[in-house]
Write a protein of this length. Structure first.
Length: 379
């Protein structure tokens, strides 16, 4: 709502801060609650998280469509107001249904005491001061902000892993599970480095090379990005049903990751074929839409699986923190995506997308060969 009613830079700053705080409070906690629903039936855990992920992507698909349409009619403030209405509707729905959740979902396992709260506030205030000084001095600017945030996220994830491995409150079995979770966390960061290309280099490619005019009608640019979440929505019921039918015979998490990496690798190889068949010429919009849909469908095998695994292997003392660490993999993926982006300007488009297609296939092979060992560690 701040983005809708507060003008200019102040609205952007206030809105982004509130979004960050709200997302931080929501994402790790809601994922942990979903994990609680399947404590007694682990064979259905990945299927349950698949439907949870489908709901997330439902918003990701409707958001650009509705916000893009509203922006075209009433500007950005109207679009942000529409987003606020959607959030209020979600809050009402949660309030009405929260009584159906497991009883322990309302229990704070490790409530923060007053000294701990004061330390957290002091740490947050110190971080804000350091960030402000870095911005004013020019150490951090709009050109390197994304990389700085990603590096901070990587440092935070590393600190959490070290803390959990060294904690006396983490049992030997929980530490072993974290050992198996670590390579999949790295795999998740790599995966989102590939997937997030759709917001960077693929967006540049679309702007420069894709004709979005169909019979005189110009397709809104926001609509192109909806093919990825729509693919997740359409594929999720099929995949979730498959995991449910397979039960305890379903493939281990690392093998599901390998499937996802294979799919996204094939998507970028298709992009390579589109580029090479139209060198220097306009590329059909529907071809790129197909690439984005295939790339998006790969998330069905990695996103829900990673969330499910994070809630299952999380030490009792660090339930929400482990889910938070998994979410930090997305931020680290943005760093990897940016590093790939620097290569985009150095080589031809065809060669670049060939690299993006081949690299995930190599990761998929490594994960497939390591799947049995990783599964043993995470049990």
């Amino acid at each position: 709502m701040a983005l809708a009613v507060v003008p200019e830079l102040a609205g952007v700053a206030i809105g982004l801060i509130l979004i960050a705080l709200g997302t931080g409070a929501l994402k790790s906690n809601i994922s942990s609650i979903v994990g609680m629903l399947y404590d007694e039936d682990r064979s259905k855990r990945d299927a349950g998280f698949s439907y949870f992920y489908m709901a997330i992507n439902g918003g990701a698909a409707l958001g650009p469509l509705l916000a893009g349409w509203t922006r075209s009619l009433g500007g950005f403030h109207a679009a942000f107001a529409l987003a606020a209405v959607g959030m209020v509707a979600g809050l009402i729905q949660y309030s009405l249904k929260m009584r159906s959740l497991p009883a322990r979902a309302s229990i704070v396992q490790k409530p923060i005491d007053t000294p701990g709260l004061l330390r957290a506030v002091a740490l947050a205030a110190g971080f804000v001061v350091v960030a402000a000084v870095a911005w004013q001095s020019g150490v951090v600017d709009s050109g390197n902000l994304t990389h700085v945030v990603a590096l901070v996220s990587l440092a935070a994830a590393a600190a959490y892993f070290v803390t959990m491995f060294r904690s006396s409150e983490v049992t030997a079995q929980e530490r072993r599970r974290l050992t198996g979770f670590l390579p999949l966390w790295v795999g998740c960061a790599l995966y989102y480095g590939f997937l997030l290309q759709k917001f960077t280099t693929v967006s540049v490619f679309i702007t420069d090379r894709v004709d979005i005019v169909v019979d005189g009608w110009e397709m809104p640019a926001e609509w192109l990005s909806t093919s990825s979440p729509l693919a997740v929505i359409l594929l999720t019921p099929v995949v979730a049903s498959l995991w449910t039918r397979m039960g305890d015979r379903q493939p281990p998490a690392a093998l599901k990751y390998a499937i996802g990496f294979t799919i996204i690798g094939c998507a970028y190889l298709l992009m390579t074929a589109l580029e090479m068949s139209n060198p220097g010429h306009t590329v059909p919009a529907f071809g790129v839409l197909a690439v984005l849909a295939i790339a998006g469908s790969s998330e069905t095998f990695i996103g829900p699986t990673g969330l499910s695994l994070a809630t299952r292997v999380a030490p009792e003392r660090f339930k929400n923190q482990t889910v938070g660490v998994w979410l930090l993999a997305l931020a680290c993926g943005s760093l990897i995506s940016g590093l790939f982006g620097t290569l985009f300007a150095e080589i031809s488009n065809g060669a670049y997308f060939a690299v993006l297609g081949g690299a995930p296939l190599a990761v998929a092979l490594v994960l497939a060969l390591s799947a049995k060992r990783i599964d043993t560690l995470t049990r």
